[in-house]
Design a binder for this molecule. Structure first.
Ligand code: PMP
Length: 353
């Protein structure tokens, strides 16, 4: 007899990308930023722990200073922002606050594979729609009735951004909350922030994990109408963001120049990598994120490309799911890592049977 709730006993856990500690491994599998965060982050952390005193106290439960800073940056009021333990926590809180057991949560797949897991934990009914073949949103998502719809833009793993006009139409067509997961949006040309001023049901999730190089500190934001933020606040842990993460996030947000340069470098490498992969015969979707989703040239399966790269100490992401198994997702690395990746692909291509 299981001690678990039936939905927990039945569900499959989320499988995070591997974090192997192999020396010299070129890690292009989890969309981390290859460059370090602003030097101000380490300096602030050192100052904060110098005499250890902040560690003795509970952290600010509502991250007041960080909230105000993020609100100013995003052009909203502080009561429209919730700070979370990564944007994954924003997603968890949204399921908890907006979707009752047995109620519907709608999203298009392929997308972030955490969505079905969170729906299962909540005991929600998953309404999984197929993305159009060009990775645009299916019309059915607009017609669905659900207390929560989840949209990733730019999407993962495709890298394709949803036009803000489409998201605007989705919010207008939906009665429930539309959560727009903008984990990768800093690498895109536009974002949906203006929709939170127009729609009471628009909720945006942001993270410092990618464009601010702070995946290890776990900082995310929810941005939306005051009433939505108030609801999320009710269901979060009291101390959901630890004191050092708050310090690190404040320092990172304060250094916008570092942020801009970091993002610009990744976008430049993304353009070069996409061009060169195309030249090598790979099909590359135009990416608005810090990764590309690439289809190998004829005579080479994506699985083979993944294993051959792995044998050369280069880790990319491949899924056996039939909807995406003909592509690999490659995180944008440094220029040197990109050169090595391209050399490895040339070598694998030359040796294909
Ligand atoms: N949304 C999407 C689409 C993601 O790919 C990720 C990263 N795995 C996240 C949210 C979560 O990011 P974090 O919790 O690090 O903020």
């Amino acid at each position: 007899m299981s001690h678990l709730r039936p939905n927990i006993a039945r569900m499959h856990a989320y499988v995070p990308g591997e974090q192997p500690k192999v020396p010299g491994l070129i890690k292009l599998n989890t969309n981390e930023n290859p460059y370090p965060p602003s030097p101000r982050v380490a300096a602030s952390l050192r100052d904060a722990v110098r005499d250890g005193s902040p560690l003795r106290l509970y952290p600010d439960p509502i991250c007041s200073e960080l909230c105000a800073k993020a609100a100013a940056l995003y052009g909203v009021k502080p009561d429209q922002v919730l700070v979370a333990n990564g944007s994954d926590e924003v997603l968890t809180l949204a399921l908890r606050a907006f979707v009752g057991e047995g109620q519907r949560v709608a999203y298009a797949m392929p997308s972030y594979s955490l969505y079905p897991v969170l729906a299962d934990i909540q005991g929600a009914k998953k309404v999984e729609l197929a993305m159009n073949p060009d990775f645009t949103l299916p019309e059915r998502l607009f017609r669905e009735r659900a207390p929560l719809k989840l949209v990733t833009s730019p999407n993962a793993p495709s890298g394709v951004a949803v036009p803000t006009a489409t998201l605007d139409r989705l919010c207008a067509a939906s009665r429930g909350v539309v959560l727009i997961d903008e984990a990768y949006v800093d690498f895109a040309g536009d974002n949906a922030l203006r929709l939170v001023k127009k729609h009471r049901n628009a909720l945006i999730a942001r993270t410092l994990s990618k464009s601010y190089s702070l995946a290890g500190m776990r900082i995310g934001f929810a941005i939306g109408h005051r009433a939505l933020i108030e609801g999320l606040m009710k269901v979060k842990d009291s101390y959901n963001v630890n004191c050092l993460s708050q310090v690190a996030a404040l320092a990172a947000l304060a250094d916008q120049e570092h942020f801009r340069q970091n993002v610009a470098r990744i976008k430049a490498t993304r353009a070069r990598l996409s061009r060169e992969l195309f030249g090598l015969g790979l099909g590359v979707l135009p990416s608005a994120a810090n990764f590309v989703f690439a289809r190998p040239p004829a005579g080479l399966t994506a699985r083979r490309l993944y294993t051959e790269l792995r044998a050369r100490n280069i880790l990319v992401r491949w899924w056996s799911d039939p909807r995406v198994r003909n592509r690999v997702r490659v995180t944008i690395g440094t220029d040197d890592e990109t050169d090595k990746l391209l050399a490895a692909i040339r070598d694998i291509r030359a040796k294909r049977p």
